[in-house]
Design a protein around this ligand. Sequence first.
Ligand code: NDP
Ligand code: MG
Length: 380
Amino acid sequence: MMKRRVVVLGATGSIGESTMRVARALPEQIGIIGLSGRNNAQRLLELAREFPAATLCAGDEKAAESLRGKLPGRDVLHGGHGLEELASLPEADIVLIAIVGTAGLRPALKALESGKDLAVASKEILVMAGEEVMATAKRSGRRVLPVDSEHNAIFQCLEGKDPSTIKRLILTCSGGPFRNASAADLASVTPEQALRHPTWSMGRKISIDSATLFNKGLEMIEARWLFDIPMEKIDVVIHPQSIVHSMVEFVDGSIIAQMSTTDMALPIQYALTYPGRFSGACAPLDLTTVGRLDFEAPRADLFPALDLARRAGTAGGTLPAVLNAANEAAVDAFLAGRLSFPGIWENVVRAMDAVPFVEHPTLEQLIEADRAARTVVAGG
Ligand code: NDP
Ligand code: MG
């Protein structure tokens, strides 16, 4: 395999951290040539020293100036335009979007338009504008490689298969920290409790999404676009061990699953080295240590996120963007102590009912729907 020159947007976060582990393990296959961070300037500086070939993008002008002071002669961009410039660096082969939320959307489109493959961890950009992202990839003749572990699993299960033989995609879900909770328990959940995920260690926003099951809801819509599959063929099953990362059922009744340890290094690596397979940063899986794999149906009555996502994904248009933005704003409010835990989905419902629906939105209309949804949540 030719060495892939990789730009990482969101390098200072949890996915960014795992990506650096992958890059350290595979120096022959992966070269880091771009790194971005926003508030964590100290971490960006450390990474810049470790990967001296990388062009940098800081959160703002001031942070960029300070980095230039510490790294004389180094290229340091900043802000939203900086991210777009980094995403279209002439020497880049692939751009990994690991920015939480939708701030990575324009850089993602820019990367595809300038002929780069895209590795996507930021599911929010596919929920908001999956049709646009996939159409841009098609026009540019580039790939969109899934990093989200479920979608990376499905991607692996689908290799070499005829799409017309797919019966359904089965996304696995740990169930989060409140899998066995009652409605009364949920009403009093604190941010500290919700941030404690049973199997994965992740950024704050996705940890809350995992507790409400909005993460799985977003992933249903993400799968709809990545694999061009109608929503009714996408199911969710609770699997507390997080060893089976997802499955595909075919028309003959065969189910193919992908298994590995609970470590994002594997899906990140596979997206960055596709279709190559290498012994990298991910520890091997010993099934005898795992012992058992359990599966159960999700409790849709207690966790409305799955049904809300199905409604949004089926309606299409601006509704997924509204669901996504309202959720993002509500998660922020919950983390800041301004909203109860059930308040998260109550606000998503309110925004979905309030923001005017556009069936075939332009990118500008999607951005407008996103903004309107946040306004509804802020208005309380
Ligand atoms: P983190 O919060 O740990 O990291 C987010 C990264 O994005 C940081 O580098 C942060 O910079 C940067 N960032 C945040 N907001 C902005 C912005 N507005 N503009 C530019 N940069 C920004 O998140 P995760 O790594 O957990 O998640 C990243 C994405 O990957 C999310 O979309 C998540 O859903 C998805 N994902 C994560 C998984 C995981 O295991 N963590 C698994 C599957 C998907 P800084 O910290 O310097 O401010
Ligand atoms: Mg996932």
